[in-house]
Design a protein. Structure first.
Length: 364
C-alpha cells in the first residue's frame, strides 16, 4: 500500500525564515543558448566535471572519469534506478484530424495515467483519443496546471504497445533527435516509470562503476519516478508560493540499512542527482537515519533547509529559476551557486540533461 508523505509544512518549518524573502528571479543566470547540450557525450564519462570543495572553497575543472580521485574507500554513492518509459505518444481526438501530443507522467493504476497534453484545450472531459489500432484512451479528469487523467483501452500488452508507438520524452530544449534511446537511460536503470531521466547518472559507465567498487566505494539504490515536477517552471514570484507536484519513491530495507550503516560510521553519503537527495531527505529523521518506505513526496528544498542525511552531491547544471537550482543553492548558498554557474558559463561547460556535471563535496 502506498503511503502518501505530506511534507510541505514540515519542510517550510525546516527552512530558514529568511528564505521567504527570496524571489524566483533571485535564481536567474544568463546562459547562452549554444551551451545547452543537444546530444550526449560519447563515451559517457568523458563529460566535464566541475568540482567544488566546500572545505577549501575551491573549484577544479576535470572530467567525469576523474571522479575516483575525489572519492575514497567507504564513501556511499546513492543512485536512483528509475527507468524512463517511452512516455511521449501522438494521437488524435475522435472526429478531429489535428495531432495531439500526450506525455505520460504518472501511472495511477493498471489503466489510468496522469498526463499533460499539447494542445490541452482540445482534450475535454470525455474526449476519446486514438493512438493506433490497438491503443486508445478517454479523458476521465481534468486537474490543475492543465494535467489530464486518462484511462487507456488496449488490445494486447500495454508495455509492448507503448514501446512500439511511444517516443523518448526528451526535454523541450533538446531539438536534436536521439539516435540511441539508451543514451537517455542510466546504465543502472531498472524500474520503469519515469517521464524524465535522473540525468546526473548518465555520466556513469559500467567500467567506472567497477573501478569505484574496486577502490572500496559502495553503492545504494533508491527509486524516484520523475514526473510533472520536473517539467513545471516556478512561475510564482515568492518561491514559497510554488506548489511541488508529488512523485512516487521507494527505499527498501537493504538499502536503508546501507545508508544508516554509513551514517553510523561517519562515512560520506553522496547522492547522485537531486532525485536521490529528495528521496533521502523525505525519509530521513533528524539524526540522519532513513527508514524503508514507499509513497509520494512533494518535498521542496530551497536555501535555509537543514540537510539531515546528504553530505555531498553529484549533479548536472540546471535551468535558471528552477526548483533544482534552488536545491543546489540550499547546499552551497544562493550566491555561491550563481558564482559557480557563472564560472561554468565562462568555461563553456555544457548545460542541462545531456550536459556536464558538478561534484559538490563535503557538505557541512
Amino acid at each position: 500500500m502506498r503511503r502518501k508523505h505530506t511534507d510541505k509544512t514540515l519542510i517550510m518549518q525546516q527552512n530558514d525564515k529568511t528564505a521567504t524573502t527570496l524571489t524566483t528571479h533571485d535564481f536567474y543566470y544568463d546562459l547562452p543558448e549554444e551551451l545547452i547540450a543537444q546530444t550526449p557525450i560519447d563515451p559517457r564519462d568523458h563529460s566535464r566535471l566541475l568540482v567544488y570543495d566546500r572545505t577549501t572553497d575551491t573549484i577544479q575543472h576535470k572530467h567525469f572519469y576523474d571522479l575516483p580521485s575525489f572519492l575514497k574507500k567507504g564513501d556511499l554513492l546513492v543512485v536512483n534506478n528509475t527507468r524512463v518509459i517511452p512516455a511521449r505518444i501522438f494521437g488524435h481526438i475522435e472526429n478531429h484530424e489535428s495531432v495531439l501530443e500526450v506525455l505520460l507522467l504518472k501511472r495511477i493504476d493498471y489503466t489510468h495515467w496522469e498526463t499533460i497534453m499539447k494542445p490541452a484545450r482540445k482534450a475535454r472531459l470525455g474526449s476519446v483519443i486514438h493512438f493506433c489500432d490497438e491503443l486508445s484512451a478517454v479523458v476521465t479528469e481534468i486537474g490543475e496546471y492543465g494535467a489530464r487523467t486518462i484511462e487507456f483501452q488496449f488490445d494486447g500488452v500495454f508495455e509492448d504497445i507503448l514501446d512500439r508507438v511511444g517516443n523518448m520524452p526528451l526535454p523541450p530544449y533538446i531539438k536534436e533527435k536521439l539516435a540511441d534511446k539508451e543514451r537517455y537511460q542510466t546504465v543502472y536503470s531498472k524500474v520503469e516509470g519515469s517521464a524524465a531521466a535522473p540525468t546526473a547518472g548518465l555520466h556513469f559507465t559500467p567500467e567506472l562503476i567497477q573501478k569505484l567498487k574496486d577502490m572500496g566505494v559502495e553503492f545504494a539504490t533508491v527509486l524516484l519516478h520523475i514526473g510533472l515536477g520536473t517539467f513545471r517552471p516556478v512561475k510564482e514570484e515568492n518561491i514559497l508560493d510554488h506548489e511541488m507536484h508529488t512523485e512516487y519513491y521507494e527505499i527498501d530495507e537493504e538499502n536503508a540499512e546501507k545508508i544508516n550503516k554509513a551514517t553510523r560510521e561517519g562515512r560520506r553519503v553522496i547522492c547522485v542527482g537531486t532525485t536521490s537527495v529528495r528521496t533521502l531527505e523525505t525519509v530521513a529523521d533528524e539524526n540522519g537515519y532513513v527508514r524503508a518506505q514507499k509513497g509520494d513526496t512533494s518535498i521542496f528544498i530551497y536555501p535555509g533547509y537543514k540537510f539531515k542525511c546528504v553530505k555531498a552531491l553529484i549533479t548536472n547544471f540546471h535551468l535558471p529559476e528552477s526548483t533544482l537550482i534552488m536545491l543546489v543553492s540550499a547546499l552551497v548558498g544562493r550566491e555561491k551557486t550563481l558564482e559557480i554557474y557563472n564560472e561554468a558559463v565562462k568555461e563553456r561547460y555544457r548545460f542541462f540533461s545531456f550536459g556536464d556535471a558538478m561534484y559538490i563535496s563535503d557538505i557541512k
